[in-house]
Design a protein around this ligand. Structure first.
Ligand SMILES: [Zn+2]
Length: 412
């Protein structure tokens, strides 16, 4: 009876189709690797460093092909062997009410999925990233990060999930209410997370370099961008990869610089990176991205409205007694291709914003040079692939490839 169920085929095509798309993108990306240092990077990136970047790209690609395939295989195996039925049987055996058993069920699936991914995360961090000199994380930090993540997921996720389960079991227009609740919730969270959540993972300390701090304040005055605080984040505890970001809203902007950025870049480069980040704020990129995410949440709940009460959805995964919680879980699987499509739109928008922020930084620094220097250095230090395939870029890149950024910066 599974085989006459349209949801069964939709889910199968969705999961296998996405996997195939990923394989194609990775294959194309590997065939686009440039054996030689691209002309524009000659003089910045040595032949040896380029070799190493190619090796990093190949190793990462091989790993992602392997882990995607194993994860898909395990998922299909679990599904076809009736794994969802076992979980259902176990949860029903606990004899809880509808909402509680829904929470237990979804938490179980969440933990199972986390356990499935865990060995891959471990291998990526302690084998691949470590082999290329990026990883600085100890096993203790790795474990603690996951413990804190799980704690936060429970603290924040469970009450929200309980509310959503309640809405969908009680109201015909639940999808609409759920959209409003999730939107409000994510707004509050994006407001609180820099103050409450990030400090759980990173240590923030005031910037001690007085000269640099004065230069930053000078820049922020010139750009009419109010900065309340400049702090340094101990990114080096986890990775050698450098970064900078802003937190806070309105008048309480806090700049956070990764210590790795401070160690490896000149003052002008750091200022150019900051000007780029200020460009994102000035051009209102964050609210625009937030708007897209609110719209996509709306689309998700609208589709969910039509799917969730169809008993065939649960039947497609071997569940004979449908429930809202199972509906959530299975809809999540079916929604993946749509969310990939929305993701394409989101990363296209993000790449466009990067060009705008680069242009802003060029203007602010009155020269393209500092940002060009910073970007080429970052690419070199992060072993970035200078020639990714356009299809791979469309699918995965939130930032334009380095050569395109340099070209845009240096165009008159
Ligand atoms: Zn940016």
């Amino acid at each position: 009876m599974m085989f006459s169920n349209p949801w069964f085929w939709t889910a199968l095509i969705a999961t296998v189709g996405l996997w195939k798309l990923e394989m194609l993108a990775t294959f194309l990306n590997m065939s686009a690797l440039s054996p030689k240092v691209p002309k524009r990077l000659e003089g910045t990136v040595t032949e040896e460093e380029h070799e190493r970047a190619l090796e990093y790209a190949r190793v990462s690609a091989r790993f992602s092909v392997l882990s995607d395939s194993i994860q898909l295989g395990l998922f299909l195996g679990f599904w076809f062997a009736g794994g969802f039925g076992w979980v259902d049987h176990w949860v029903r055996g606990l004899g809880l009410g509808e909402i509680q058993s829904g929470l237990v069920l979804l938490s179980t699936l969440f933990v199972l999925q986390g356990l499935l991914i865990l060995p891959f995360d471990w291998y990526d961090t302690f084998r691949i990233e470590a082999a290329f000199g990026f990883n600085k994380m100890t096993l203790g930090t790795f474990i603690m990060d996951r413990v804190k993540g799980l704690f936060l997921a429970a603290l924040i996720g469970l009450p929200l999930l309980a509310l959503l389960l309640h809405l969908f079991t009680s109201y015909p227009l639940a999808a609409l209410y759920a959209w409003m609740v999730v939107t409000a919730f994510s707004l509050v969270l994006s407001f609180l997370s820099p103050r409450l959540i990030l400090p759980m993972f990173f240590k923030f300390q005031p910037l001690e370099d007085a000269e640099l701090k004065a230069a930053i304040m000078e820049l922020s005055r010139k750009l009419e961008f109010p900065v309340a605080e400049v702090s340094v984040v101990d990114g080096s505890k986890r990775s050698t990869k450098a970064n900078a970001f802003f937190t806070g809203f309105g008048k309480t902007k806090r700049i956070a610089l990764f210590d790795t950025l401070l160690q490896n870049h000149s003052r002008d480069e750091i200022l150019a990176v900051l000007a780029h980040e200020i460009g994102h704020c000035k051009r209102r990129h964050v609210p625009k991205q937030l708007a897209l995410s609110v719209l996509s949440t709306g689309l998700m709940f609208a589709l969910m409205h039509f799917a969730i009460h169809d008993p065939r959805l649960c039947a497609a995964f071997g569940i004979t007694q449908p429930s809202v919680a199972w509906g959530f879980a299975f809809f999540g699987i079916l929604f993946q291709p749509v969310s990939t499509l929305i993701g394409l739109l989101g990363s296209w928008m993000s790449r466009k914003f990067e060009f705008e922020a680069d242009a802003f930084a060029r203007e602010a620094m009155a020269s393209p040079k500092p940002l060009v220097d910073a970007l080429t250095r970052l690419t070199r230090d992060h072993l970035g692939n200078p020639t990714p395939h356009p299809f791979y870029v469309t699918l995965h890149y939130s930032h334009p490839p380095i050569l395109q950024r340099l070209e845009a910066l240096e165009a008159t």
